[in-house]
Design a protein around this ligand. Structure first.
Ligand SMILES: [Zn+2]
Length: 317
């Protein structure tokens, strides 16, 4: 059987900032990102066609609404392909209110894949505490959890995690070890291996990382150093594993960590990084358009359908 991977990496609170000391994505070392982008993750390097099959586009997270872009509506847009701030009348932060949650549950990327007879998985694992709390406090779940759960996507557990069938939100499990000291941490490269293996089994695999947003809000330089190093290593290892037919998309919901002068989100655009054989074609089609977060879900469907088609062709040929 021909196995082909399409991966969405969602990283919270990473905008395209300036090449300045206050931007950790520019001032700290990111050898892997720089290796394939030909420069650091800043706005000067946007709209570039990097080396073989790499496109970095700049996406507007404001979605036509005033004020700072926020997580709940930003993620809702990424996971549905519809303009959530416009539907709600404002940018909304944190865990979604009931109206937004129901709006996400109606239709989202998981439903959209299922309608096309394609499968999708959410790679993050949840702790037992999560299952206990979400059973009693109805409004507590995040947008990404609501989206997966509404389509009957099974949420991964600690058992999945320790068997290598899930990836912890922090990649290396170091935050889990603080709560459960027996937990052994893994390297970002091992986390990339687990995600890549998972991605062979379904048409779309999604991972969500949010320590970047947390580090930005806290203006925590120590945490941010770990975020940048871990994520760069994870991404580097994942990209190294990709084969010609595979595709990887990375996107954020709003800026934050790229400007350590402020503890709030920013108005900066966010990176939409596309890696795969379609990247240059998409770059050529989109380069004159003003891209926003509604582009992500249709892009994932397109990438998976190209691959499904190729896969079918290979299997039958
Ligand atoms: Zn935030």
């Amino acid at each position: 059987m021909v196995v082909i991977a399409v991966i969405l990496l969602f990283i919270d609170g990473v905008g395209l900032g300036e090449e300045k000391a206050y931007n950790p994505w520019a001032s700290l070392s990111t050898p892997h990102l720089n290796g394939f982008l030909g420069g650091s993750l800043v706005h000067q390097t946007t709209q570039i066609k990097g080396r073989r099959g790499i496109a970095l586009l700049s996406a507007n997270p404001s979605m036509g609404l005033a004020g700072l872009p926020q997580s709940a509506t930003g993620q809702a847009t990424i996971f549905t392909g519809r303009n959530a701030p416009q539907a709600m009348g404002a940018h909304q932060s944190g865990f979604p209110f009931r109206r937004l949650r129901e709006w996400v549950e109606q239709d989202n990327i998981y439903h959209q894949f299922a309608h096309r007879e394609m499968t999708a998985a959410f790679a993050n694992s949840y702790t037992r505490e999560f299952f206990e709390r979400s059973a009693t406090k109805k409004g507590w779940i995040s947008t990404s959890t609501a989206a997966a759960r509404s389509a009957g996507i099974p949420l991964r557990t600690g058992e999945d995690l320790f068997a290598g069938r899930a990836v912890y939100h922090d990649l290396t499990r170091h935050t889990l070890k603080r709560v459960i000291p027996e937990v052994e941490t893994i390297t970002p490269e091992e986390a990339a291996g687990h995600l890549f293996d998972l991605a062979q089994k379904v048409d779309l695999t999604i991972h969500e990382y949010f320590l970047s947003d947390l580090a930005g809000h806290r203006q925590d330089e120590t945490l941010m150093q770990k975020v940048v190093e871990d994520y760069d290593r994870f991404l580097g290892s994942l990209v190294e594993r990709l084969r010609r037919e595979d595709a990887l998309v990375l996107v954020s919901d709003h800026g934050n960590s790229e400007d350590f002068r402020v503890s709030t989100h920013t108005m900066n655009h966010v990176p939409l990084l596309i890696i795969g054989s379609e990247a240059e074609k998409i770059y050529d089609e989109w380069t004159d358009q003003s891209i926003d977060l509604t582009y992500v879900a249709p892009l994932l469907i397109r990438l998976a359908e190209v691959r499904k088609h190729k896969k079918g062709g290979l299997e039958h040929g």
